[in-house]
Design a protein around this ligand. Structure first.
Ligand SMILES: [Zn+2]
Length: 406
């Protein structure tokens, strides 16, 4: 009898932990584990009904129509996140609420292919896009090694005041398509294929991404075969660092700051938020139906073309100086919250400056001698004023960096 009561108690504990919720965020990735680096199982569309099975920090295990997987906490509506009571819904299942991994990435690739054919873009990055640069287990070990003898939770809390206004970032299927097209243009000069280097920069990049509001989005990091010290970010979280820039770097902390800078262009949606503002509204009305087709409805080829080209420009040229200052600040904050020495960015800027002549002007990145000097001074002042707490926790890791790159 006693055993029976315990059993009933157990069952009720298990069932009360289960709770229904509705998907609130467009383009919600369903993953095999609680991290953006776990394999993608498919895409959940807005309004999909799910059952919550388990929660960890930032991630929720759910089941829906016989599938189980992990989504980010942000994907659920505020209400579902806050309350633990059972939610009843009058949701009518009129649209599909789940897209297989193949059909979701097919739509994205379809658009990129059409666009790139017209613009002589490079498709080489597509081969690397589906590559898992590392296994989750490998990444867990890398993270442990990075934070050995340090308290990761305390490190994350070292700086909480992010003064810069930013809306809750979101990368919808539409930005994903455009970003893919932009990436093809950026990669025109070719990509490095050394898997050891790619694995390394992707693992360092993921440590930074985890300390940003886009922790749930799968950023990917690539190496451009380009001797000039340059870096680019596309609206869908594809970060390109040139071999020339990697040659200048001296430590993992410097790499972390450079990646942090590029990641913050994505988080802040620099340059492309204006481009897409009006048109995204139109697309939002069509919700996610367009994901199943190659082209979103209501757009002519010319309009899409035009948008992708404007995004390419936003990612590679005419960068407003304010964006660069903002990305410098946010970049060092992210690197610092991931445990890295924020001075890395100042030293990278100094290195670039020392190899730059006074009359230097880089037309694509809008980098000029004076701007580099100005940025270096500003970011140094910001770091000494704001990012000085428990500096003995800072990770430099020049040894690990040099093992891979020199
Ligand atoms: Zn930048």
């Amino acid at each position: 009898m006693k055993r029976f009561v315990i059993l009933i108690l157990l069952i009720s504990i298990i069932t009360s932990a289960q709770q229904e919720a509705t998907i609130y965020q467009d383009n919600t990735h369903l993953r095999k584990g609680p991290g953006s680096y776990y394999p993608l199982l498919g895409i959940l569309l807005k309004d999909a009904l799910v059952t919550i099975l388990q929660e960890t920090s930032g991630w929720v295990k759910i089941s829906t129509s016989g599938r189980e997987g992990w989504i980010s906490q942000n994907a659920l509506s505020e209400k579902d996140r806050a309350t633990s009571s059972m939610k009843t819904s009058d949701f009518k299942n009129v649209r599909p609420t789940f897209l297989s991994r193949a059909s979701a990435s097919g739509a994205v690739k379809g658009f990129a292919q059409t666009y790139l054919k017209k613009h002589d873009g490079s498709m080489t990055f597509l081969d690397q896009y589906d590559t898992a640069f590392f296994q989750p287990r490998e990444y867990e070990n890398f993270r442990q090694e990075t934070y050995r003898n340090r308290n990761m939770k305390k490190i994350r809390k070292r700086y909480r005041r992010i003064k810069i206004e930013n809306k809750e970032p979101e990368i919808n299927s539409y930005l994903e398509k455009m970003g893919f097209a932009v990436a093809g243009q950026i990669a025109t000069g070719g990509l490095e294929t050394d898997i050891q280097k790619l694995r390394y920069i992707n693992m360092v990049g993921n440590l930074i991404v985890e300390s940003t509001p886009l922790y749930y989005y799968p950023f990917k990091f690539y190496i451009l075969s380009d001797e000039r010290p340059v870096a680019y970010a596309t609206p869908n979280g594809m970060i390109f660092v040139s071999q020339g820039l990697l040659d200048v770097l001296q430590s993992e902390a410097e790499l972390a700051c450079v990646l942090g800078h590029e990641i913050s262009h994505v988080v802040q949606q620099h340059g492309y938020s204006e481009v897409t503002k009006r048109k995204t509204q139109i697309v939002a009305e069509g919700a996610f139906d367009e994901l199943e087709e190659e082209m979103p409805e209501g757009f002519s080829d010319e309009e899409l073309d035009d948008l992708a080209f404007q995004m390419f420009e936003a990612a590679t040229s005419r960068r407003q100086t304010e964006y660069e200052y903002e990305a410098d600040m946010m970049g060092v904050i992210y690197a610092y919250q991931a445990g890295y020495a924020p001075h890395g960015l100042a030293s990278v800027l100094k290195s670039i400056k020392s190899m730059t002549s006074r009359d230097f002007w880089h037309p694509e990145s809008n980098w000029q001698y004076n701007a580099i000097e100005d940025r270096s001074e500003k970011v140094t002042a910001f770091i000494s004023a704001e990012l000085k707490k428990n500096s003995d926790w800072n990770v430099e890791n020049s040894h690990r960096f040099n093992r891979v790159f020199h």
